[in-house]
Each structure stands twice: as structure tokens, then as C-alpha cells.
Design a protein around this ligand. Structure first.
Ligand SMILES: [Zn+2]
Length: 280
């Protein structure tokens, strides 16, 4: 299950509350070869040993990337894009069997990270951190739809107009006008806005752009206030409570608004569920 902007915001806030000031006593990597081969984990695993003895001084999040900043000019960068269990343990009793990285703190608590899909766990010095692909991507000029003040409807509308492209390309991935969203948020937002997944942004009316903006705000804020999407676990292992209004959970069901059968298409590198009647 992907980690998107709302879940990354929740994690970063919980990590700030829980981990700030803690000193790292030990780091252990396991099962890392597959992720290492594609550049998502340091080529030399011993680079994680640099973290030992360091204190966590701040935690920054943007998009779905979390940068844990330590003294001695070091960082732990987490880019849990396609899903990760990032869990805090007050003692070793609740430690999971599987992890990619296990960080032991001097006070006897732990942080474990297990990527369940593709994603980054990287130890980088201050002068290396900006070269990391996920940092370049999300700590960028591209606006964040929530969590920052400067994002307005006018800004959104201007960015949509700047390049006419498929609606999915405008919301998700490299060409998106916002950071931190993937296929799950996309399906919810366009269903709520009544827009078909194959639409081109150049064909959207002003009121449809407004609907899209409002739907994005509503869905993302609802996800934050419900503790993330259902089945996703926060830092303390608590599952989120947000049930998606559209997505794989609506397979073989009827649209709650109009009763039409929900359909699915393969689109933009993922499956997109939608209502053929409500979404035009
Ligand atoms: Zn419908």
C-alpha cells in the first residue's frame, strides 16, 4: 500500500514528537540486496554505521519523503513510495521479525523500517542529500496541496493550464502539478470531482477545475484527520480509518451516488476504478 502525502505528514509529525533528541546506539540492515541493486539503499551498507552515536535534531517532510536530520551533518532519508512499515517500539518486545533497517536508541527504544514495495532507505551526508532522486523530486518547486500555505485554486488552475496533459499525469508522478500523490489519491479525487480518468486537463472547464481542487483538499484533509488510509499503519502501529470513496475497495460494487456498476481500466501504469456515469 503506497504512502502518500497525508500518511507521510502523519508519520513526520509522530516522528518529531517521539524521536527528536534520541541518540542512535545501533543500526542493523537486513534483506537489502534487492533494494540496493536499484539504488534505493546505500551501495556500501557500512555507511549506516555513520549514524551510530548521532542524535536526531529535526525531521522534515515534503511530498511523501521524510528527511531525518542528525547531528554530525548526517541524514536518514525515507522515501516509502510504494509502501513501508515505519514503526516505533518503546522496547524490544514489539520488534517485528522482518525489517530492512532497525535503529536502536540509547534509551532502549527502536525504529524499524521495512519497505513493502519499492522505496528508499538511505543514509546521506548533508552535502549528498540533495542529490538523492526522491529528495530532488519532492523537496522541489512543485507545490504541496496541503501542509503549506501558498497553494491556492488560482495557482492550481495556472499550473493545470500551463501544460495540457492527461488528468492522471497532472496529479501523479513526474509531470504532476503537486507533490506526494499516487494512484490511490488520484482515483478518489477524480471520483469526488466527477471527472473521467482519461480527460485531458486542457478540456476542463473552470468549474471542473474548481471541483478538482475542492475534491483534492477534501480527500487529503480527510485522510489526515482519519489517521491515514485504512489498513495503513502509523508510527505506533495504529491502522488508519479513512475508507477510500473510490479504488480497489469498490470492485464489483455499485456507485453509491447513482447505482451504476463501478468499472476499472488500466491507465497510466496502474488500475483505475471509476463510475462511468458520474465521471465525465
Ligand atoms: Zn455514479
Amino acid at each position: 500500500m503506497s504512502v502518500e502525502l497525508p500518511e507521510a505528514m502523519i508519520l513526520a509529525e509522530q516522528m518529531t514528537k517521539t524521536l527528536l533528541g534520541k541518540q542512535i546506539k545501533a543500526c542493523e540492515m537486513r534483506d537489502y540486496v534487492k533494494l540496493q541493486k536499484i539504488g534505493f539503499i546505500n551501495k556500501d551498507i557500512r555507511e549506516f554505521d555513520r549514524l551510530i552515536g548521532c542524535k536526531i535534531i529535526s525531521i522534515h517532510q515534503r511530498g511523501n519523503v521524510i528527511r531525518v536530520q542528525l547531528n554530525k551533518k548526517l541524514n536518514l532519508v525515507l522515501g516509502p513510495d510504494y509502501g513501508a512499515d515505519i514503526l516505533y517500539h518503546s522496547s524490544e518486545e514489539s520488534l517485528p521479525k522482518k525489517h530492512h533497517l532497525k535503529v536502536g536508541f540509547a534509551d532502549g527504544s527502536y525504529l524499524t523500517i521495512r519497505q513493502t514495495g519499492m522505496g528508499m532507505v538511505y543514509c546521506a551526508a548533508d552535502n549528498e542529500v540533495n542529490n538523492l532522486y526522491v529528495v530532488k523530486r519532492d523537496f522541489s518547486e512543485t507545490p504541496s496541496p496541503i501542509g503549506e500555505n501558498q497553494f491556492t485554486f488560482d495557482k492550481f488552475s495556472e499550473l493545470l493550464d500551463r501544460r495540457g496533459q492527461n488528468i492522471k499525469a497532472a496529479i501523479v508522478g513526474r509531470t504532476a502539478v503537486v507533490v506526494g500523490l499516487s494512484n490511490a489519491a488520484f482515483q478518489e479525487i477524480i471520483y469526488k470531482a466527477g471527472i473521467h480518468p482519461k480527460r485531458n486537463t486542457s478540456t476542463l472547464s473552470d468549474s471542473q477545475k474548481r471541483d478538482l481542487f475542492d475534491a483534492m483538499m477534501e480527500i487529503l484533509n480527510a485522510r489526515v484527520s482519519s489517521g491515514g488510509k485504512e489498513n495503513w499503519l502509523d508510527l505506533y502501529g495504529e491502522p488508519g480509518r479513512h475508507i477510500p470513496v473510490m479504488g480497489p475497495n469498490m470492485k464489483d460494487k455499485n456507485c453509491p451516488q447513482c447505482g451504476a456498476r463501478i468499472e476499472m481500466i488500466a491507465h497510466g501504469g496502474g488500475q483505475v476504478y471509476f463510475c462511468p456515469n458520474c465521471q465525465k
